[in-house]
Write a protein that binds this ligand. Structure first.
Ligand SMILES: [Zn+2]
Length: 106
């Protein structure tokens, strides 16, 4: 199982890549590609979907954690557009992440 720690609004989330059979991947009989579990600070991603879908789903679940009040439709649209933007502009992402806010150590 792959795992990643993410700081979202100062809270550490565990992003975990789990099999589709993981009990938390099903809600009300429906199987999900990803879940954002705020109480447990966990973001779960189905490790059996394609690598590209895993990454898009990871972004989707992060957006849920960034703004838990945002409507699903808005999250879906933002995921789609932001995913394409990030994929097409890696230099911009590097530019943003390298700004010196006093948080990132050399
Ligand atoms: Zn969603």
């Amino acid at each position: 199982m792959k795992e990643m720690k993410l700081d979202i609004h100062g809270r550490v989330y565990d992003m975990m890549f789990v099999p589709a059979t993981h009990p938390k991947m099903t809600l009300d009989g429906e199987l999900y590609w990803g879940r954002a579990l705020y109480g447990e600070s966990e973001l779960l991603i189905d490790e059996n979907i394609s690598e590209e879908k895993q990454k898009e789903t990871a972004l989707h679940e992060v957006l849920h954690a960034v703004d838990p009040d945002m409507e699903e439709d808005k999250i879906l649209s933002l995921t789609h557009n932001l995913f394409a933007f990030i994929r097409h502009n890696p230099d911009f992402i590097e530019y943003i992440s390298q700004c010196n806010l006093g948080v990132i150590d050399e």
